[in-house]
Design a protein. Structure first.
Length: 174
């Protein structure tokens, strides 16, 4: 960080600030991560509205999964119980890493395949195949969200879960 005293010349302060931020910019870690994320996002076709939709569903699923953990351990979903679950390590980064890590790995492969199917002219009906793959991911996420809501004690969602299970079977088996 830049140390500022009242005796520093403004020009020297600007030069030292510029040097500091250039060092941060050219940090190898930042460059490598930026390159990896850039290649990854390009490979899955970002930015597309469907990708933002799927990521939103994954975030909602994760939040509701945390609510399930709170409900199972404390019987009621409140902010105080959520904080208790965090402090007692019922909700931790290990749980998040395990669930989201596996999901991210497989979803990235699936999203890559869907994007490639839509952009390669050699694939006949590639756009249709891509849309089916995006639909499968959406249904999987909606099904997971519905299962988590049922696990929170809302049994009225069982008919919606059956609907998503039927749609998943219909798409996969046909």
């Amino acid at each position: 960080m830049i140390d500022v005293t009242s005796n520093d010349n403004i020009f020297e302060l600007l030069i030292s600030g510029f040097k500091h931020y250039m060092q941060l910019f050219f940090n190898k870690t930042i460059l490598i991560l930026g390159t990896v994320f850039g290649v990854l996002l390009t490979a899955i076709g970002y930015p597309k509205g469907v990708l933002a939709f799927i990521v939103t569903l994954v975030v909602i699923d994760t939040v509701i999964k945390f609510c399930v953990i709170v409900f199972e351990n404390y019987g009621k979903i409140t902010f105080i119980n959520f904080i208790k679950a965090c402090f007692t390590n019922k909700i931790s980064s290990k749980i998040l890493k395990k669930g989201l890590g596996v999901k991210a790995f497989f979803y990235l492969i699936f999203l890559y395949g869907a994007h490639q199917a839509s952009i390669l002219p050699e694939i006949i009906s590639g756009e249709y195949i891509s849309n089916v793959m995006y639909t499968i991911l959406s249904i999987i996420e909606f099904k997971s969200i519905t299962e988590n809501i049922i696990d929170c004690g809302y049994k009225g969602f069982e008919s919606i879960l059956r609907f998503f299970q039927n749609k998943e079977n219909e798409i996969i088996n046909k």
